[in-house]
Ligand binder design. Structure first.
Ligand code: OAD
Length: 239
């Protein structure tokens, strides 16, 4: 017997949370215009100036706590009634969770958690609290933000590849696809997997036969795509 629900995987990036008030990284005036990656988001930065790194992520956490899920997050949560949905997000915010999505993999970590700077598998919830120098893990090491920095391995990449390789439908929302290995996930899909990209800009370097681009704001175009996927369901593929 076949599956009755198609497997739909979403890869989301900063653009889905932009209209919730969280800035993107590479758009004009984005975070990487305001900060030097090498000073706040690398293991070397952490060794050189941990206080600056903690301060940068404490600010990110404050903004995330204040932000609310928007209609794009909410529409993706709604899809779970009709599809077997997995969200693979590059975002460290918890807006997919608060919108009600259930299966969420955070490829680049979670800002509401901290990890031991010696043993990265020791992860704790800190919710809204600021991290300070002197905040220690249970084995006595400094706690750091539970985020993946440039130059570090992406521990959940293998799990993400497995999820994407089983998708019947792959929806990419609000990512410039500039950061690897996350951007490779587009090439991990099955041959007949239907692909959609929702983004403010046309991503002209991505060309597949069964790819449809929805250009525009995530809060408008994601609900439209979701409506279409609910009205005209895509049946599971076997290849
Ligand atoms: P980027 O800032 O690189 O890309 C944001 C994308 O969102 C762009 O393609 C924009 O066109 C699009 N966008 C902006 N506003 C939008 C809106 N309202 N509706 C729809 N699309 C919109 O962010 P990411 O691709 O997520 O990693 O960046 C990937 C990774 O780079 C991040 O996870 C982070 C960053 O450095 C780490 O820090 C490890």
């Amino acid at each position: 017997m076949g599956r009755n629900k198609s497997r739909l995987v979403v890869l989301s990036g900063a653009g889905i949370s932009a209209e919730s008030g969280l800035g993107t990284f590479r758009d004009k005036g984005g975070l990487w215009d305001q900060y030097d990656i090498n000073e706040v988001a690398t293991p070397e930065a952490w060794e050189r100036n941990p206080e600056l790194v903690l301060d940068f992520y404490n600010k990110r956490r404050e903004l995330v706590i204040k932000a609310e899920p928007n209609p794009a997050h909410l529409a993706l949560a709604e899809l779970e009634k009709h599809y077997d949905v997995n969200i693979v997000t590059q975002n460290i915010d918890d807006l997919h969770e608060r919108a009600g999505s259930k299966n969420i993999l955070h490829l680049h970590g979670e800002i509401l958690k901290a990890q031991c700077s010696y043993d990265p598998t020791e992860v704790i919830d800190i919710n809204g609290a600021h991290l300070k120098l002197g905040d220690l893990s249970s084995n006595g090491y400094q706690l750091r933000p539970h985020v993946v920095w440039f130059g570090e391995p992406v521990p959940l990449m293998f799990d993400a590849e497995k999820i994407v390789s089983e998708a019947d439908i792959f929806v990419v929302v609000g990512t410039s696809l500039n950061v690897y290995p996350a951007a490779n996930l587009l090439y991990t899909c099955k041959k007949f997997c239907k692909k959609y990209i929702v983004d403010l800009n046309e991503l002209s370097n991505v060309k597949f036969n069964n790819l449809t681009q929805f250009q525009g704001k995530a809060t408008e175009r994601v609900p439209e795509l979701v409506d279409e996927l609910i009205k005209n369901p895509i049946i599971p593929t076997t290849l």
